[in-house]
Design a protein around this ligand. Structure first.
Ligand code: GLC
Length: 716
């Protein structure tokens, strides 16, 4: 990239120390100790001088518009280079108006809605001083024990790419640049344990884990963030082959690469770099342009350049990319960007944004079971029990400037809808390890008066997200105790379940007549859930991560391989020398792509425009979808393929398309998908992305487990 004249002139004027500082990102608390930022701590081993702080190139976690104004002004006043700050924040699922966590939003299978949510959050964020958000997170996630599955859109590379691009489009349209993360394969920690080793074959890395990052680059994000994890023996920040060869070389990414929080310096505890000087040398030579919250660049880069261990040209290239981003954002002309406290107050939580958040929550909830008890009649006497019956702690992790106090609880949502208060009794705490059963009697006696019991249960909001892995992902024991006591009343129980990950619901499935998975639905959660429970809205969410029957099945995902001894019928049986467990089924309790509606959809007549496709041609698949129930609804029609025999074994199923359609009761529609070689392509044994001739199964349906099939042959 040839830096423009302005950038070239700045590079000439900047000292090596200025450049090292420009490549460092610190928590805004260093500049405004009282910033209303979420205190993620300022690491005391930064050893920053006043000059260092005055000269940094960017800050994160600075709080709101007032904080942003102060931080930008203070920095401009004190920095001698007068280069404006880049202000970054984790706007992950909303800025102040919080919509469902990304794993929930992905279940809408509605990229337009995702784009609208991102747009809304960008508008709120930019007036509050955000230039770039650390989003979208598009890591592939297959293990529900990992807390950060909450921030992904699940176990399918294709879907993650489509959702990531929608987030980027929305952010950009709203006036905020974005940062694709976490490059790479952070979502595959052994044991689902946060920050743990990631060791996957280079083939699976390329075929499954890198796909979504590569797809997102098509929308030209400003940044890519490198991840914490060790990847096949080398910390990602040390993987020159990935950072230079693949990301900048093969994919041609010429934007800014930023490390995750302290990740450059963590190459020491990883056992890869001996000291901070080594960290700085490795990271700079891998063109990690911004070092977030560690100071190896500040303390070592000038010497490394003087000593020739990092070339002056490499350093200038890094600084030029950061300055070019500031130039693109117009910060040199207007160092405050769109920061405007008045406008921020106008847009945050405005009715339009609340309506978007409500719609997103309605479309993200997934109806997992319903024996007919739902929707509830307005006159039905229902009692709401459980830790979430009247809880505002439903924003989920990474809720940015969202305030729990502004969230609508279920009880409030039902009152808003029906115009009358409902009985809500907690019964027990939400804590994972809570054993206090003293409140259960009160809940049971309240429930005894009800026609239908609504049990509002789930994991605590702070038990998913970063540093929140769980070894047991069942519903907390005391809540199961509550369910068992309620079940003894012999009344229908509707479970509304909250969580940032798939949880083990096997017991819940046995005890309840219906299960609505509400995830962490955000500011409008209670209103959305009430609308679904009472049938004002019809559930349409479909799972983007498999729900295991037991944690021992993790990682469990639909796009797995057959094995040489695939299990036949999914039943428990004695030793049978095939790929199975003695004490658990292979299948998930609820599979990828699954979700019920208050109506019913039937699929018929899957047809291909031709059973044979030649190179360069395309085939159209068509399937008829009929709403055979008695109410209108939305259905996500999914297209899957299977490559039966290939130079590298292919999954038993791969999602290659989805379309969400609305059908009135009794209405039918033919949904079509285009299939060409790119649909069938994979990284062959020769490492080439191509489709191999041979037999394919094309499938279409309303869930990965419920499809119609047709055979397609690809011929040379
Ligand atoms: C965190 C997260 C990353 C986030 C960054 C800044 O540790 O890993 O996703 O964007 O730090 O808050």
């Amino acid at each position: 990239m040839q830096p423009g004249n302005k950038i070239r002139k700045l590079l000439e004027e900047m000292t090596l120390e200025d450049k090292a500082r420009q490549l460092t990102q610190i928590n805004a608390l260093y500049i405004k100790p009282t910033a209303k930022a979420e205190v993620t701590g300022v690491s005391d081993d930064m050893r920053l001088s006043d000059d260092d702080i005055r000269g940094v190139g960017s800050v994160l976690n600075f709080g709101d518009a007032e904080d942003a104004q102060f931080v930008r002004a203070t920095h401009l006043e004190n920095s001698h280079s007068k280069i404006p700050l880049l202000m970054m924040q984790d706007v992950i699922h909303g800025y102040r108006t919080i919509f469902p966590v990304p794993l929930a939003l992905g279940c809408s299978f509605d990229t337009q809605l995702v784009e609208e949510c991102a747009h809304m959050s960008a508008v709120e964020a930019k007036y509050n001083g955000v230039d770039v958000t650390f989003s979208p997170m598009v890591d592939l996630a297959r293990d529900a024990r990992w807390g950060r599955v909450m921030e992904t859109t699940g176990e399918d590379p294709f879907l993650n790419g489509e959702m990531g691009k929608a987030f980027i489009r929305g952010y950009k349209r709203g006036g905020v640049e974005c940062c694709v993360k976490h490059f790479a394969a952070y979502g595959a920690p052994e044991g689902g344990r946060e920050y743990n080793t990631t060791d996957i074959s280079e083939r699976n890395l390329r075929e499954y884990y890198l796909r979504s990052y590569a797809e997102c680059l098509k929308e030209k994000p400003a940044m890519v963030m490198t991840s914490f994890n060790l990847l096949n023996g080398i910390p990602v920040n040390g993987r020159s082959d990935l950072l230079l060869g693949y990301l900048r070389g093969e994919l041609g990414f010429d934007g800014v690469v930023i490390s995750d929080y302290g990740a450059v310096r963590e190459m020491i505890p990883h056992g890869y770099a001996e000291d901070e000087r080594e960290c700085a040398r490795i990271a700079a030579n891998n063109c990690i342009d911004i070092e977030m919250m560690s100071s190896t660049y500040i303390h070592n880069l000038p010497d490394l350049v003087r000593g020739g261990e990092v070339s002056a040209e490499k350093l200038n290239g890094m600084v030029a990319r950061v300055l070019a981003l500031k130039q693109k954002l117009g910060l040199f002309e207007n160092p405050y960007n769109a920061t405007d406290a008045e406008k921020a107050a106008e847009v945050c939580l405005c009715e339009e944004h609340r309506a978007i958040a409500r719609r997103a929550a309605i479309k993200s909830c997934v109806l997992l079971k319903n024996d007919g008890v739902l929707p509830l009649g307005a006159q039905c006497k229902s009692v709401f029990v459980g830790p979430y019956a009247d809880s505002k702690d439903i924003l989920g992790g990474w809720a940015c400037a969202g305030r729990k106090s502004e969230a609508a609880t279920i009880a409030e949502g039902v009152k808003n809808l029906l115009g009358r208060s409902v009985t809500a009794v907690k019964g027990c705490d939400v804590g994972l390890l809570s054993t206090d059963e003293s409140g259960i009697d009160e809940a049971v006696s309240a429930a005894a008066e009800a026609d239908v019991i609504v049990a509002c249960i789930g994991e605590p909001a702070d038990c998913s997200g970063e540093a929140s892995s769980r070894a047991d992902i069942s519903i907390p024991r005391v809540q199961v105790k509550l369910l068992e006591r309620l079940s003894a009343l012999g009344k229908p129980i509707v479970a509304v379940v909250f969580g940032g990950r798939p949880q083990v619901l096997t017991v819940v499935e046995k005890l309840c007549s219906a299960i609505l998975y509400a995830w962490q639905p955000g500011t409008e959660g209670g209103n959305a859930i009430a609308s679904l429970l009472y049938g004002q809205s019809n559930p349409s969410g479909k799972l983007t991560m498999s729900f295991p029957r037991s944690v021992g099945q993790c990682p469990i995902y639909y796009n797995s391989f057959s094995t040489g001894r695939p299990k036949g019928e999914d039943i428990l049986s004695n030793c049978c020398y095939n790929s199975s467990y003695r004490d658990e089924l292979n299948s998930p309790l609820y599979p990828f792509g699954y979700g019920l509606s208050y109506t019913r959809f039937e699929y018929s007549a899957l047809t291909l425009s031709s059973p044979v496709m030649r190179r360069g041609e395309e085939v159209e698949a068509g399937v008829t979808v009929s709403n055979v129930g008695d109410c209108d609804g939305e259905e996500t029609v999914q297209l899957y393929i299977r490559d039966l025999f290939a130079s590298v074994v292919r999954p038993v199923k791969e999602l290659k398309g989805f379309k969400k359609i609305a059908l009135r009761a009794g209405e039918s529609a033919v949904v079509t998908f285009k299939i060409d070689e790119s649909t069938l392509a994979f990284y062959t044994a020769d490492g080439v992305l191509a489709a191999e001739r041979g037999k394919f199964i094309i499938m279409a349906g309303g869930s990965s487990q419920n499809v119609l099939s047709a055979e397609l042959r690809l011929e040379d």
